[in-house]
Structures are given as structure tokens and as C-alpha cells.
Write a protein that binds this ligand. Structure first.
Ligand SMILES: NC(=O)c1ccc[n+]([C@@H]2O[C@H](COP(=O)([O-])OP(=O)(O)OC[C@H]3O[C@@H](n4cnc5c(N)ncnc54)[C@H](OP(=O)(O)O)[C@@H]3O)[C@@H](O)[C@H]2O)c1
Length: 72
């Protein structure tokens, strides 16, 4: 069975960044999907995480972009 996905929105800075780093370090048996618009900041967070599923550059105010992200 595939590991469940924890999708963290607003992961490029602030509370979301802190959640991503903490979950990557402490939460076992899951994959992380990090979402925000700023790809550069998101990549910096990704590099700081010790394990990671994927990152998604997405404007969450755009419903089509959110649906496309959910599909991926
Ligand atoms: N900090 C606090 O003490 C506190 C207390 C209570 C509640 N809150 C609430 O908790 C939330 C996060 O707070 P924060 O301090 O971490 O805020 P922040 O530093 O401004 O971070 C907001 C995050 O949301 C992302 N984001 C904003 N609009 C987006 C959009 N349209 N699509 C995708 N991503 C979007 C930003 O990334 P990109 O710009 O890269 O997209 C960023 O990663 C806010 O709603 C805030 O009101 C914060």
C-alpha cells in the first residue's frame, strides 16, 4: 500500500515552512507534498527537508490550478 500523502499549503515560508521541516524530520511513514507559488522559496524548503514526496508550484486562488495539482 502506498504511503499516505500529507499536503502542506503555504509551504514556502512561515508556518507552512516550519510544518514541512518538522514533518520531514519527525513524521514517519508518509510522503510530503509542499505547495506554494514561489518556486525558488519552495525549492529552498525542499532542500532543507530530509525526506520529501514532491513540491507543487500552485496559486491556490486559481481553482483550475488546484484541481490540476490534486490530479498530479
Ligand atoms: N503567523 C501567525 O502568528 C499566525 C497566527 C494565526 C494565523 N495565521 C495564519 O496562518 C496562515 C500562515 O501564516 P504565515 O505567518 O505562515 O504566513 P506567510 O508567512 O505570509 O506565509 C503564507 C504562505 O502561503 C502561501 N500562499 C499565499 N497565497 C497563496 C496562494 N494564492 N496560492 C498558494 N500559496 C499561497 C505563501 O507562499 P507563496 O507566496 O510562495 O505562494 C506562503 O508560503 C495565514 O493565513 C495567517 O493569517 C498566522
Amino acid at each position: 500500500m502506498p504511503k499516505p500523502v500529507v499536503l502542506i499549503t503555504g509551504a514556502s515560508q512561515g508556518i507552512g515552512e516550519a510544518m514541512a521541516k518538522t514533518f520531514a524530520k519527525e513524521l514517519k511513514g508518509v510522503r510530503l507534498a509542499l505547495v506554494a507559488r514561489n518556486a525558488s522559496n519552495l525549492q529552498q524548503v525542499e532542500r532543507a527537508c530530509v525526506k520529501l514526496g514532491a513540491t507543487f508550484v500552485c496559486d491556490e486562488s486559481d481553482s483550475e490550478a488546484v484541481a490540476e495539482m490534486a490530479g498530479r
